[in-house]
Design a binder for this molecule. Structure first.
Ligand SMILES: [Zn+2]
Length: 467
């Protein structure tokens, strides 16, 4: 999946992360990856093995915007034409690059044979699954086992939206800030839709994000420079009115497939490799089970960051995580209630990928299990990477900045609750050494979570950590 999510707070992170999806919510360890080159393409481990057929699925009628469905199908047609023309430029009467498009209208969708689609494009006002909490202009979601890819284009316009969340528990008031960018409810400009569709098609054919240095990106955003590639993370360039599939994009495509088109690809030269690092603790779960993902991050460098997504059998995105050396275990939430097959997939911008499938199966007692499950709130766990962070920080191998990012992550995600105290007036100070010792002891199990939380609360109320 990809892209094009927005996170105003960490826009630089996003840029580097561009790699994978552009999901809005980037955990702190994504900061400071060293792999992001100053200029050039990241990799996307998706390949088509013949001239691909794209099926553009006409969206459900939007009563507020009755013409948007037709508009999106037309824009998709132009985007496919554009890719075909640019790839075949200079080849005269012997075009070798052929992307097929089938528009699947509402009336045809029931009996349609989706097996012929290598790539589907669905158009939605915004992401369907509220729990995944991301904001994107579009995402590309591969299934590495079936080799089918799904693109979702979100046609609503996006605005940032910072919210203070307050609640009371045990007579204590708590608060936290969360950036929840919103879809405005209006249709995005056709410029944005056109460029997003071209961009996501680029991903679905194997192109990763194009990274430009920060300063140059600013020039592009201001309209002073043209975009050197359609594959710049679309969220970072929202509002840019001039875009195009560029010669660089064509060159990159040919460096992946060679000069003879998708039907006659050269032997893979560029990095695109399955590594075996991802597994689940079981192959089959009941809906009441917590699905556990195991990621072997032993060979990760300290700066390595990849993404793990979880998809269902229709290539819908269920979950997205950013993973680094420090988080080798992930628990999925209780969203996995429907019987069926699911895939967890690892994607790294160097072209490495892996996947593991699991099933949820529960023919009997399904409804009662779900009911029990929904009334039972599992408190969020402190992720194990936070504890590792604490150890590294206390040893001096992690900066205050990165450590604080981790704490902010916990606060913003409700994992750590901070009482609403006199947050505020003091000047930012050094983190006192006792906090560091406390972190060290916590990491080694000598002090409890409670005591550690108290130390962090002290940092917040003394304005050293801003929430
Ligand atoms: Zn993208």
């Amino acid at each position: 999946m990809y892209d094009d999510m927005i996170n105003h707070k960490m826009i630089k992170t996003l840029l580097a992360l561009a790699l994978v999806f552009s999901i809005i919510f980037i955990p702190p360890m994504a900061i400071g990856q060293s792999y992001a080159p100053g200029y050039g393409y990241l990799k996307m481990p998706i390949r088509v093995h013949h001239s691909p057929t794209i099926c553009a699925i006409e969206p459900q009628q939007d009563s507020k915007f009755p013409k948007v469905g037709q508009q999106l199908l037309e824009e998709t047609e132009y985007a496919v034409l554009d890719w075909n023309q640019k790839l075949n430029q200079g080849l005269g009467k012997h075009p070798v690059w052929n992307i097929n498009l089938i528009k699947v209208y509402l009336g045809q969708q029931k009996g349609f044979d989706y097996n012929k689609c290598d790539i589907t494009i669905h158009y939605l006002p915004k992401p369907e699954n509220k729990d995944t909490e991301f904001v994107a202009a579009g995402v590309t979601i591969p299934n590495f086992e079936t080799n089918k890819t799904n693109i979702e284009i979100y046609y609503y316009d996006i605005q940032p939206n910072w919210q203070k969340i307050e609640w009371t528990e045990n007579n204590q008031d708590y608060y936290s800030y969360v950036n929840k960018p919103k879809y405005t409810g209006f249709v995005a400009t056709s410029t944005q839709l056109d460029s997003t569709i071209r961009h996501e098609i680029g991903h679905s054919l194997g192109l990763g994000h194009f990274i430009v240095p920060y300063q140059e990106l600013q020039l592009i955003i201001k309209g002073i420079e043209d975009m050197p590639s359609i594959m710049i993370d679309t969220v970072t360039v929202l509002g840019v009115t001039h875009y195009d599939i560029t010669p660089l994009d064509v060159w990159e495509m040919k460096s992946i497939y060679g000069d003879s088109g998708f039907d006659h690809p050269v032997t893979e030269k560029t990095g695109y490799q399955r590594i075996h690092i991802l597994d689940t603790d079981k192959q089959n779960y009941q809906p009441s089970d917590r699905v556990k993902l195991l990621i072997d991050t032993n060979n990760f460098g300290n700066q390595t960051v990849g993404a793990v997504i979880v998809i269902d059998s229709e290539n819908h995105l269920m979950d997205y995580f950013s993973v680094s050396k420090l988080n080798s275990t992930l628990y999925l939430n209780d969203r996995y209630q429907n019987d069926g097959k699911y895939w967890a997939e690892f994607i790294h911008p160097s072209g490495y990928f892996d996947y593991a499938s699991f099933t949820i199966g529960n023919q009997i007692l399904q409804s009662s299990v779900i009911m029990q499950n929904s009334t039972q709130q599992v408190p969020p766990e402190i992720p194990s990477w936070i504890k590792n962070n604490a150890r590294w920080w206390s040893e001096g191998s992690l900066s205050d900045y990165d450590f604080v990012k981790g704490i902010q992550y916990m606060i913003q995600n409700g994992i750590m609750k901070i009482p609403q105290t006199q947050n505020g007036s003091g000047l930012a100070q050094q983190i006192p050494s006792w906090v560091k010792h406390n972190a060290e002891w916590w990491a080694s199990g000598q002090v409890s979570d409670d005591e550690f939380v108290k130390a962090i609360q002290w940092l917040v109320s003394n304005n050293i950590i801003k929430t």
